[in-house]
Design a binder for this molecule. Sequence first.
Ligand code: NAD
Length: 445
Amino acid sequence: MGIEEQGGQKAAAIAPATGKLGVMVVGLGAVATTMIAGVEAVRRGLAKPIGSLTQMGTIRLGKRTDNTSPLIKDFVPLAKLDDVAFTGWDIFEDNVYEAAAHAQVLDEKTLAQLKPFLETIKPLPAVFDQYYVKRLNGTHVKKGKNKRDLAEQVRADIQAFKKTVDRVVMIWAASTEIFIEPTAVHQSIEAFEAGLEANDIAISPSQIYAYAALSEGVPFANGAPNLTVDTPAMVELSKRNAAPICGKDFKTGQTMMKTVLAPAFKARMLGVKGWFSTNILGNRDGEVLDDPQSFKTKEESKLGSLDYIFQPELYPDLYKDLYHKIRINYYPPRGDEKEAWDNIDIFGWLGYPMQIKVNFLCRDSILAAPIALDLVLFLDLAKRTPSLRSIGIQEWLSFYLKSPQSAPGLYPEHDLFIQSMKLKNTLRHIMGADLITHLGLEYYD
Ligand SMILES: NC(=O)c1ccc[n+]([C@@H]2O[C@H](COP(=O)([O-])OP(=O)(O)OC[C@H]3O[C@@H](n4cnc5c(N)ncnc54)[C@H](O)[C@@H]3O)[C@@H](O)[C@H]2O)c1
């Protein structure tokens, strides 16, 4: 069913996804190159877009007895993969083929088939300062008299790209920056702009890209845990310029599992005393996270989910004393093939203890690439949807993120299945279809 057949007022008002969607990726590393190469592989029919809800997911409409479950991409007007064009920035000059080869996520045979296309995508010089990512030393970087000047240069890059495509979305898939707490400079657009002029230390490169994108009316997604658009200044700018934003940090492996398991324990009123999570990881991301200040940013993002899911203030007997510990160990031999272990100490009836062990042998970028693609396609949809484009935070995209962003005073929803329901109901809502509550009493009338 397409928008025309929906007939609803809201549905008719969504602008169609005609023409090219330009995707500007900050950081052409493992995740970004795996996404770009994957999109090209799918376009050529070499592989399937496994892990991508926008490409493979269906959405039920109406009653269970109606048997109507179109593909999401046929239900909402998403950009087609054939219409997606990529560009990006990196602190190294490698083109996407070279960067993908360096990342060693995809095999040589696959990359060789895609080489002519991947070689055409060459990074623009980046906004970078080693103060914010200690373990990297960039050579392909912009120079400017202050941070305002750098933001203007990124805006010029966006404007130039806009001339070659019809719409633009930006996504941060660059390294995790050091932990930064919001300061006065993040409280309003005016304070932020003054901070850019004054080279305020609390303004990191990711914030400069985000400011440039939002100023140009371009939606922005943040795949890393840095403080970037989760500030009052950026929320205001997002609303003012109808440039949608969402939370941060791709929810891929261990945290995805956490936000599946924790809701199950809570649903069954099982207590949790301890949750120890450790990882070994050998890619460049692992190297960057080996720096304590970047790790702190990641740790904060990974820690958040359990507290919100368990609501210890509502269930003190079950979760008040939970000890939650997270470790990430840089271990080069494993490359992108991360291994995660979780030991969960739970307790049941009358307080009797039990244990659960999870050992996830995953591939970091294989999990993250479809998430990056979906975020880009859904943010572009939000930008074309009148009821979404000017609300700023797209909470319905929490599904993809370790640190969902929500309205001030509203706790974020971390439970993966509530997030999935929220996402699908948002799609039904914007298309003028009935929401699904799972009540189901009508079947027993
Ligand atoms: N793969 C996952 O499962 C996953 C999950 C959650 C979050 N992330 C986050 O996604 C990000 C990307 O991960 P990755 O494995 O691709 O890392 P990566 O190190 O392979 O790639 C990051 C790239 O960003 C570049 N870069 C760094 N600072 C930059 C800047 N200021 N401007 C432009 N480019 C810059 C680096 O040169 C590098 O090429 C990381 O922050 C990581 O923490 C990944």
